[in-house]
Write a protein that binds this ligand. Structure first.
Ligand SMILES: Nc1ncnc2c1ncn2[C@@H]1O[C@H](COP(=O)(O)OP(=O)(O)OP(=O)(O)O)[C@@H](O)[C@H]1O
Ligand SMILES: O=C(O)c1ccc[n+]([C@@H]2O[C@H](COP(=O)([O-])O)[C@@H](O)[C@H]2O)c1
Length: 211
C-alpha cells in the first residue's frame, strides 16, 4: 500500500487489515512516498517523519511491514519504480497494490500506467466521499473491495492539529505522540498549504509554529 501518510491514520490501517484478511496476504508492505509529485502544490512533511510515523503505526501487526524504497530513491515517486523495486526484492511473490477510491480514479494519470498492470494486481478499496469505479481500467488486473468506512483523511488530521483540535482515535496513539514530540502540523492553516517551494523540514515547522 503506497501513500504519503502525512500522517498515517486509521483509514489506511483498516483498509490494509481488511484486504490482508480477505485476500489472505502474507504481508502488507506500507510504502511511504519520497516526493509525491501529484502533491507538489502542497506542503508535505519530511519523508523521514512520514516513514517513522508509519513504522510506529504498524509495529504491532505481524502482517504489516514498511518499505523505504520510495523514501530512499531520489526524485519524484512513481509507482512503476516502487513495483520494480519490490519485484526485485520479492522475485517469487505475487504483488498486489492497495489503493483507495480517490487514488484509483487518478491512476490513468500515473507514469507508465500501461506497464503497471503487468507488475501487480490492483485492489481498489472504498473510501467515504469517493466513487469506486474500474471504468477505463483493465478488469482482469483490478479488483474492487468494500472495506469498513472510515471518514478520515490526512488533510483533516493536519488541519485539526493546526487548529488545536484532537486527533486521538483518528490516528494511532503513538502517532499522536510522534506528532506532538516533533511539533508536526502546528501553526499551519489550510491556506498555508498552497504553493510551497520545497518539502517542509523540522526547522520550517518550528519557524511556522513560532509565528
Ligand atoms: N479513509 C480512507 N479509506 C480508504 N482508503 C484511504 C483512506 N484514506 C486514504 N486512503 C488511501 O490510502 C492511500 C494513501 O493515502 P494518503 O496517504 O494520500 O492519505 P490521504 O488521507 O488521502 O491524504 P491527504 O488528505 O493528505 O490527501 C491512497 O490510496 C488513498 O486512497
Ligand atoms: O506513479 C505515479 O505517477 C503516481 C502518481 C500519484 C500517486 N502515486 C502513488 O499513489 C499512492 C498514493 O499517493 P498519494 O499521493 O495519494 O498519497 C502512492 O504510492 C503514490 O506513489 C503514483
Amino acid at each position: 500500500m503506497g501513500g504519503t501518510f502525512d500522517p498515517i491514520h486509521h483509514g489506511h490501517l483498516v483498509a490494509a487489515s481488511e484486504v490482508q484478511s480477505l485476500f489472505g496476504l502474507d504481508e502488507v508492505i506500507f510504502v511511504p512516498t519520497g516526493e509525491p509529485w501529484q502533491k507538489a502544490d502542497k506542503v508535505v512533511s519530511e519523508a523521514e517523519h512520514r516513514y517513522l510515523m508509519t513504522v510506529v503505526a504498524t509495529a504491532s501487526n505481524p502482517h504489516f511491514l514498511v518499505s523505504r524504497v520510495d523514501v530512499d530513491r531520489e526524485g519524484p515517486t512513481y509507482t512503476i519504480d516502487t513495483l520494480r523495486d519490490l519485484r526485485a526484492q520479492h522475485p517469487e511473490d505475487e504483488l498486489f497494490f492497495i489503493t483507495g477510491a480517490d487514488a484509483l480514479a487518478q491512476i490513468l494519470s500515473w507514469k507508465d500506467v500501461d506497464e503497471l498492470w503487468e507488475l501487480a494486481h490492483f485492489i481498489g478499496v472504498t473510501r467515504p466521499g469517493y466513487e469506486l469505479s474500474e471504468s477505463g481500467l483493465p478488469q482482469d488486473r483490478v479488483t474492487l473491495q468494500e472495506v469498513p468506512a472510515m471518514a478520515i483523511s490526512s488533510t483533516d488530521c493536519r488541519d485539526r492539529v493546526a487548529d488545536g483540535e484532537p486527533v486521538w482515535y483518528l490516528v494511532p496513539d503513538g502517532v499522536v505522540q510522534y506528532i506532538n514530540k516533533h511539533h508536526l502540523y502546528a501553526g499551519r492553516s489550510a491556506a498555508s498549504f498552497d504553493a510551497p517551494s520545497a518539502p517542509a523540514t523540522d526547522q520550517d515547522e518550528e519557524s511556522r509554529a513560532s509565528h
